[in-house]
Design a protein around this ligand. Structure first.
Ligand code: PGA
Length: 255
């Protein structure tokens, strides 16, 4: 696990986008796992810039999103379908057929979840999964106490998560209670993880994730077991770390 502390959110976003772009340049048919929330927005802006200015080509890239609220239609401004098209996909040359986002309106949700797992495997597995982290240490909607071996399924949202997300809805009653989410086992199967955090509100979750014991009560701690995980945080999110961490990824220079 590599922990990198950057001065600012912009620097976090630039490094994260550069790691994703590097994968796409090496593997044009890369399979990306993508996240929603405020954290990855800077990364998405930078990927859009790299596409528009440097010709980064997404035409063969396949994407799978982590999660989606149950019951929100795709056009709902708070749905993750809407979020992803507005903030990323419509600005890139992705093929819509290669975009996968859990369908919160599926009639048979357990069957949908089973097929989502199957689709990831059929696509060749996730090359890279981008992650944010909740203030409570969740990854995707795997709330504290989630099985560390879980697969894609429906989860009930924590009160804290619903409160954190209430700002996007007119009132608490409108905040969905359930979501479809990739499981922690699904995420851990990705060949590379990038977990981003910015702001003081994430400092405790980041300290637990990087330096605490692995526990289902802080689901993000599982990344300690991943062979290729990079955690990129800004200064405020790093405030409760007790060890020193570099500002750049480790580069192997062979003589
Ligand atoms: P945020 O959410 O990026 O909006 O802080 C992250 C998360 O809850 O996973």
């Amino acid at each position: 696990m590599e922990v990198i502390v950057k001065e600012s959110y912009d620097e976090v976003s630039r490094l994260s986008a550069e790691l994703i772009a590097d994968l796409i340049r090496r593997k044009p048919r890369a399979v990306l796992g993508l996240a929603t929330g405020s954290t990855p927005l800077g990364t998405y802006k930078e990927l859009i810039r790299l596409h528009k200015e440097d010709g980064l080509d997404f035409s063969k890239v396949t994407t799978f999103n982590l999660d989606e609220y149950v019951g929100l239609v795709h056009e709902h401004p708070q749905s993750y379908h809407f979020f992803m098209w507005e903030n990323l996909f419509k600005h890139l040359n992705v093929n819509a057929k290669n975009v996968h986002i859990p369908d919160g309106t599926a009639k048979d949700i357990p069957e949908f979840c089973r097929k989502y797992e199957e689709d990831i495997i059929r696509a060749g597995g996730l090359d890279l999964q981008l992650l944010g982290i909740g203030g409570n240490g969740h990854i995707a909607f795997n709330e504290p106490g989630s099985s560390l071996g879980s697969r894609t399924r429906v989860k009930t949202l924590d009160d804290r998560t619903r409160q954190d997300n209430a700002r996007f809805f007119r009132n608490m009653n409108e905040v969905p209670r359930y979501a479809i989410t990739m499981g922690i086992g699904t995420i851990m199967d990705a060949r590379q993880l990038i977990l981003l955090a910015n702001g003081a509100g994430k400092a405790e979750a980041i300290a637990n994730t990087c330096e605490g014991p692995i526990t289902a009560i802080v689901p993000a701690t599982i990344v300690q077991l991943h062979p290729k995980a990079t955690i990129i945080v800004d200064k405020p999110a790093s405030a409760k770390l007790t060890r020193e961490y570099p500002a750049e990824p480790h580069v192997l220079v062979l003589a």
